[in-house]
Design a binder for this molecule. Structure first.
Ligand code: PMV
Length: 339
C-alpha cells in the first residue's frame, strides 16, 4: 500500500483557457502558491489477483474521470497489476479550493511509486495535468510557475515556501459542489466570451508583474496584480454564453471587506478561483485581525488558514487527519471502476 499526500495550490495568476484540451495544455502562463495543510491523500494498493482497477473518492463521488486517469496512467507508466485507489481530502471538495489539484497530484505521486522505471519530472507533470490542469503545479513546493507557449507544460519553482511566509486565508462562503466545472467553464469562455482574447493578453502581463513581486517579496506590488487578474478571469467568464457566475452574495461581501481593510491601512488582497470562496493574502502579523474581519462577514461559514507549503510526499502510513480507519474499497459490484 502506498500513501501519498499533496497540497492544493492557489493561482495568483490564473490559467483559464486551454491551447489543447486533450492534455490540458494552457493557453496562458500561471503562477501559484502551494497551500500548506490543504491536503489530499491517495491510498493505492496493487490487486495482484484481479484484472480491473477499483477507484473511489471518499466521501463518495462520481469516479468516471478518476477511473480513466488511473487506466491511462497505469498503461503509460508500465504498471502491470490492477490497482485499488481511494482518495480523500482534508477540505471541502469541488468548491473552488482546487481539491482536484491536490487529489491528482497525490494520485500521480502514488502511481509513479509503482512504476517499474524512473519517471522524469516532465512526464510526471504531464501525467498530473491530465487529471486537472492545475494539478501539475501541486507537484512543486512554494511559488510555482506553469509555462505556456514554446515551453508549454513546464512547471518550475519560482521560490521555495520559506522565501515568503505569507498567510493565505480562505473565506468559505459555500461548501456546495460548483455547478459548472472548470473544464466546462474554460471551454465555454473560450468558445463564446468576446473577452477571452483580451483576458489572455492581460493575464500574460499580470504574470510578469506577479513573478517579479514574488521575487522581491513585495506585497503592495503583488496584491493589486492578483486582484485584477482574478477579476479579469471572472469578467471573461461572465461574458460567456450562457454566463458563468461562480460567486455567492457573500463572495462580493468579502471583496468589499478586503477593500475596507485596505482603506483602514491593513494590506490584505484577494483572489478567487472558479468557485465562491475568497482567498486573502496578508502578512502573518496581520493574519489574526484579517481572519476575524472575514469571519464576521455575513455568509462566511469558516475561515481556513494556510501558508506556502511543500511538495507531495510518500508516507509510511496514513496521516493523523485521515479517516480512521482509512475507508477501504467497497465489495466488488458496489462501486467499481467507471461507476
Ligand atoms: O485545474 P483545473 O483544470 O480544474 O482549472 C483550475 C482553474 C482555476 O483554479 C480557476 C485557475 C488556476 O489557474 O488554478
Amino acid at each position: 500500500m502506498i500513501w501519498a499526500t499533496a497540497n492544493s495550490n492557489l493561482a495568483l495568476v490564473k490559467y483559464w483557457g486551454k491551447a489543447r484540451e486533450a492534455d490540458n495544455q494552457p493557453a496562458a502562463p500561471s503562477l501559484s502558491v502551494t497551500l500548506d495543510g490543504l491536503t489530499s491523500l491517495a491510498c493505492v494498493e496493487e490487486r495482484r489477483t484481479e484484472a480491473a482497477d477499483r477507484v473511489a473518492w471518499y466521501p463518495p463521488g462520481p469516479t468516471g474521470g478518476l477511473a480513466d486517469f488511473v487506466a491511462r496512467g497505469r498503461s503509460e507508466l508500465g504498471i502491470r497489476h490492477a490497482l485499488d485507489v481511494v482518495i480523500t481530502s482534508r477540505f471541502p471538495v469541488a468548491a473552488g479550493l482546487a481539491s482536484s489539484a491536490s487529489a491528482y497530484a497525490a494520485l500521480t505521486t502514488a502511481l509513479v511509486a509503482f512504476a517499474p522505471e524512473p519517471v522524469s519530472a516532465a512526464r510526471i507533470a504531464a501525467l498530473a495535468r491530465r487529471g486537472s490542469g492545475s494539478a501539475c503545479r501541486s507537484l512543486v513546493a512554494g511559488f510555482v510557475e506553469w509555462r505556456a507557449g514554446d515551453e508549454a507544460g513546464a512547471v518550475v519553482q519560482v521560490a521555495p515556501p520559506e522565501h515568503w511566509p505569507l498567510t493565505i486565508l480562505v473565506a468559505v462562503t459555500s461548501a456546495e459542489v460548483k455547478s459548472v466545472s472548470s473544464r466546462e467553464g474554460m471551454r465555454r469562455t473560450r468558445a463564446t466570451s468576446p473577452f477571452y482574447r483580451s483576458w489572455l493578453t492581460a493575464g500574460a502581463a499580470d504574470f510578469g508583474v506577479v513573478r517579479e513581486a514574488v521575487r522581491l517579496r513585495d506585497l503592495p506590488l503583488l496584491g493589486p496584480a492578483i486582484e485584477r487578474n482574478a477579476l479579469r478571469m471572472h469578467a471573461a467568464a461572465l461574458g460567456a454564453d450562457p454566463p458563468l457566475l461562480y460567486w455567492e452574495a457573500a463572495t462580493l461581501s468579502v471583496i468589499r471587506e478586503v477593500w475596507g481593510l485596505r482603506r483602514s491601512g491593513v494590506p490584505a488582497f484577494f483572489t478567487i478561483d472558479a468557485g465562491p470562496q475568497v482567498k486573502v493574502l496578508c502578512a502573518p502579523a496581520d493574519a489574526d485581525h484579517v481572519a476575524q474581519a472575514l469571519a464576521a462577514v455575513t455568509g462566511v461559514s469558516c475561515v481556513l488558514r494556510s501558508r506556502p507549503g511543500g511538495a507531495p510526499r510518500i508516507l509510511s502510513g496514513p496521516p493523523d487527519w485521515a479517516p480512521d480507519p482509512v475507508p477501504r474499497m467497497p465489495p466488488v459490484g458496489g462501486g467499481g471502476a467507471g461507476a
